[in-house]
Design a protein around this ligand. Sequence first.
Ligand SMILES: Cc1cc2nc3c(=O)[nH]c(=O)nc-3n(C[C@H](O)[C@H](O)[C@H](O)COP(=O)(O)OP(=O)(O)OC[C@H]3O[C@@H](n4cnc5c(N)ncnc54)[C@H](O)[C@@H]3O)c2cc1C
Length: 491
Amino acid sequence: MTRGPKVAIVGGGIGGLTAALLLSRQGAEVTLLEGRDRLGGRIAFEQGGEPAAQIDQGPTIVLLPEMLLSILEEGGVERERIKLIEADPLYRIHYSDGRMMTKRRRPEDQAKEIERLFPGESEGYIRYMNQMRDMYPGAKASVLERTFPRKRDFFAPRQVRMLGRLQAHRSVRAAAARYFKHKDLIDAYSLQSLYIGGQPAGTPGVYSILPYAEHDFGIWMIEGGYARLPVILEEELRARNVEIRLNTRVERLSVETGRCRGIVVDGVREGYDAVLFNGDFPNLLPLLEGQPEANRKKPYRPSSGCVMVYMGTSKRWEDTAAHQFFLPESLGDSLQAVFERGMIPANPSFYVFNPIELDPEAAPEGESLLYFLIPAPDASRISWAKEGRRLARKVLQSAERRGFPGLRDSIKWIKLRTPEDSRKDGNYVGGSFGIAPILTQSGPYRPQPKPFQTIDGLYAAGASVHPGGGVPIVMQGARMAVNQLLKEWNP
Ligand SMILES: Cc1cc2nc3c(=O)[nH]c(=O)nc-3n(C[C@H](O)[C@H](O)[C@H](O)COP(=O)(O)OP(=O)(O)OC[C@H]3O[C@@H](n4cnc5c(N)ncnc54)[C@H](O)[C@@H]3O)c2cc1C
């Protein structure tokens, strides 16, 4: 019997964990090396209070649940082990004049809500859903489920037709404007590019599948928090005797005669048949020092960062929604400051996560745990130690006024994370979501699961690698990297 490949996975984020599951299931001998003292990367818990309570630090929204569950199943993790709770309503959007739109799963309910707030616009919504539903399978197959080793593959005639229908040449915001008239409604169907750190007015229209997918596949939460996921995956990997080495930073990759043949840890070389890199992709280049591939002339553009506020409160906020967006008078101006001028906006937008709405046990009785996410520039130009606190104060004041009366007096514990913390965690320039999802860094222009045609045996998965960021999408990228690795494995 031929042996499977001996593979080193560098990084235990969701991309690395998914790759470890899929590879070990296929008989590979896997070693997972993680620089930190825990697995999960951006999927983690933030803890506070006495006794300690915990709330998700990063992802909160499970989109495309079927993609997530089917990949786990392929990796040998049964669906029943991931308990999903559906969000209904999906979320609420608070406009600056006090109007509130509730997004609903069922198209009939959503059409009614749109008609209530934006008379005459429900027809555009129905057209939007019908067209997106029709395009989604093709878009998934031609963008999310294939790699682009050669750029010209992306421009094959069938592919170009699909991209045209998906409005790839326009922005997500301009694509939404083809269905909706009122600027607030256009915001409601384009702000989703912020989930992947992209400016709605600068992210290619193919990402319009995000606002569509929320209605057709729902928004879900993992019982106990998203950060339960890496815990479950670690249990499975350990049960399979996959070697997991925490507190182990890979310093260099060993490339000889056009093939990656191992890694260097603490100055010592370890040999492998193949290496899969799951750190933030731009950080792979320094590990290839001495190789021509390490020299990139044009720097990558990072995604936006975010200032995060986590807190436990002595008050329990019920009858809201688990997910809420609070928009300023002009979301466009606010995001232009963040994305185009690299500045903290005078009127920030923010998102609030209140998990007890879906999982009453997510906070101690009579209390709430809240998470505020404020889109912000990356860590390149702002002194975040001071500015982070100032921005957080402003947002909490606004939240108190717009939906959480008595918020600040009820705070039992509070924690802040800024783009500088994100940078220290290894995210490129402190961007939270991988390299920016702009046209020149999407599809064939994003690093591919086999990033260099000139280096065999080296693969990559993660938010900065095609098809991009967001948990299920990263998992799908890891799946493509694993398939290519196994296809090219030649004992
Ligand atoms: C605030 C926030 C909110 C988000 N919300 C959502 C959401 O609601 N829904 C959603 O789907 N997605 C969301 N995301 C995005 C999602 O979290 C990411 O796309 C995904 O977790 C990235 O996974 P990854 O595989 O790229 O690995 P990462 O999480 O980046 O982990 C990489 C790991 O590799 C390790 N590593 C790097 N270099 C080395 C080295 N040289 N040696 C050893 N180890 C190394 C790092 O320590 C790290 O643990 C959110 C992200 C953030 C920050």
